[in-house]
Design a binder for this molecule. Structure first.
Ligand code: BEZ
Length: 219
């Protein structure tokens, strides 16, 4: 069966975390959440990633976004590992919870299994990251192999795009960053666009003479 992906509801699992038991939907309620997995505790790339998550926490909170990590080791191991993470990233505290999935029953349900790697016949988590909306649905997923650490600037950029598209009938073009012009969704007619974007918009003159590429600056 294919795993959960964009548009699917994350199952309302009860999970053990470094901050106690929680039900995923209770945690996700009324917020956006980054749900991210790590291949293993006490591994080099993961240690840098966990520290970076802590370092960017104020950026996530500013956007109303919560964090929830996952690794398959036990809670005692997670708590010891956090000490290393904080030592490696001075001035940062890991204040977000980290799920322990020692039975490895959670990662398949969250589509976070590494399709290639294994650990003595057991499945292991990939570097998966789901951005989950307040409706408990996955809005975007990253899937990276264990050898490649994620880029927090890209996580923030993708989040800003999702938040923008959730508020306005727009999409964000290639390499877009917050504050730059956005494109008006193709489903919006020019008539509607005039009402929705009183600040105006610019239609690019293309060889096809089709008027689908319209830029505006969100207010
Ligand atoms: C790491 O986090 O560095 C790592 C974890 C698993 C396999 C390879 C690298």
């Amino acid at each position: 069966m294919p795993g959960i992906t964009i548009g699917d509801t994350v199952p309302n699992l009860e999970v053990e975390t470094t901050q106690g038991k929680l039900k995923l939907h209770d945690y996700f309620a009324d917020s956006w959440t980054l749900l991210f997995s790590h291949p293993s505790d006490f591994t080099p790339v993961c240690t840098t990633e966990l520290g970076a998550m802590a370092k960017y926490e104020s950026e996530f909170h500013k956007r109303g976004v919560k964090l929830l990590g996952l690794s398959c080791d036990d809670l005692g191991s997670h708590r010891e590992w956090i000490k290393d993470v904080e030592a490696f990233t001075p001035g940062c505290k890991v204040t977000y919870p980290i799920i322990s999935d020692t039975s490895r029953e959670i990662i398949p349900q969250l589509n976070m299994v590494d399709p290639i790697e294994g650990d003595a016949g057991k499945i292991v988590p990939s570097r998966a990251l789901h951005i989950v909306g307040p409706d408990f649905k996955i809005k975007l997923s990253f899937l990276y192999p264990s050898s490649t650490g994620r880029n927090m600037e890209e996580v923030i950029r993708a989040l800003d795009s999702l938040l923008m598209a959730s508020r306005h009938k727009v999409a964000t073009p290639v390499n877009w960053k917050a504050g730059e012009p956005v494109v008006i969704s193709p489903s919006v007619s020019d008539e509607e666009a005039k009402k929705l974007f009183p600040q105006g918009f610019e239609t690019v003159d293309l060889p096809s003479k089709k008027t689908y590429l319209r830029f505006t600056t969100p207010t």
